[in-house]
Design a protein around this ligand. Structure first.
Ligand SMILES: CC(C)(COP(=O)(O)OP(=O)(O)OC[C@H]1O[C@@H](n2cnc3c(N)ncnc32)[C@H](O)[C@@H]1OP(=O)(O)O)[C@@H](O)C(=O)NCCC(=O)NCCS
Length: 256
């Protein structure tokens, strides 16, 4: 069932991201998918040493537009894309999110909202990171009409900064444990539906070193994300353990 799609374009100028009018083309527009796939390939990361054949450890994680469409749009009619441009037309960041009807156990709020929103891809150009572009993309997304029926929002990522951009490091682990299984179970996005909860989702509080992670068969190199994780841990900002290979952190936040 189409739940409504949306496209927002933003301009980045001297540490500010502002929404431009009119909105961009629909999320599955071929030229836009091509540009986003290119941004991803140039900026996302490299395959880790444990990446199985035919992946090449150290090679760039690359993405073709058709794979982006199948993997990240879920149902295009229920998908939003928010893109950031610098210098007029240079694409420097994007967030894809899709939503689906929540059909699991009791929803967190009984106020008529019915959807799970999921950030299926978030990437920012390397030369403009740490300037709150990812945070702003997600905040624009939260201010759209697309977001109005979303009752919880999730993402899977190896990068703690992506989790931070969504949750601002406020994790409600008991909420995540309660809802993650049913949220994955009713997902319209195949890699989310097929993700296998692991670590602290299974161990509960018995192992403080276990991460809130899911096996997604994604063998990206964890070098840079691990450095960020160490910094968060040293500052006491991250309370679960390090990520296992082939896994991603899974974050689920209630939307009040
Ligand atoms: C993850 C990513 C999208 C973050 O983009 P960004 O625009 O640099 O993020 P922001 O500037 O909005 O930062 C979000 C938060 O993380 C923090 N952060 C970002 N990068 C950080 C780093 N390298 N070290 C420590 N903290 C970092 C920011 O300070 C901010 O927290 P704050 O609001 O408490 O200050 C970007 O690093 C990226 O594209 N990485 C590669 C792709 C990836 O892993 N994507 C996630 C998959 S879904």
């Amino acid at each position: 069932m189409p739940l409504g799609n949306y496209s927002v374009d933003c301009r980045y100028t001297s540490r500010m991201l502002s929404q431009s009018q009119p909105p961009g083309p629909s999320p599955d527009h071929p030229e836009q998918l091509k540009e986003c796939a290119q941004l991803f390939t140039q900026n996302y990361g490299i395959w880790g040493s444990a990446a199985p054949t035919p992946l090449r450890p150290g090679g760039r994680v690359s993405l073709k537009p058709n794979v982006l469409r199948v993997k990240c749009l879920g149902d295009p009619s229920s998908t939003i894309v928010v893109r950031a441009f610098a210098n007029g037309s240079e694409l420097v960041g994007h967030a894809f999110a899709t939503k689906w009807l929540y059909t699991g156990n009791e929803a967190p709020y009984n106020d008529g909202r019915s959807c799970v929103g999921w950030v299926t891809q978030l990437v920012v150009a390397k030369h403009l990171r740490r300037q709150w572009i990812a945070t702003s993309l997600l905040s624009f997304l939260k201010n759209t009409s697309w977001f109005k029926d979303v009752v919880m929002m999730g993402l899977m990522s190896s990068h703690p900064a992506a989790c931070n951009a969504l949750s601002k490091l406020i994790f409600d682990f008991s909420f995540m444990r309660q809802y993650a299984p049913s949220v994955l179970g009713c997902s319209s996005v195949s890699y989310v539906k097929e993700a296998r909860l692991a670590g602290a989702f299974l161990e509960g509080d018995t192992d403080p070193q276990a991460a809130y992670e899911a096996f997604t068969d994604f063998w990206v190199d964890h070098g840079e994300p691990n450095t960020v994780l160490q910094a968060y841990m040293q500052k006491g900002k991250w309370s679960s353990g390090p990520l296992s290979e082939g896994h991603e952190f899974l974050i689920l936040v209630p939307i009040q």
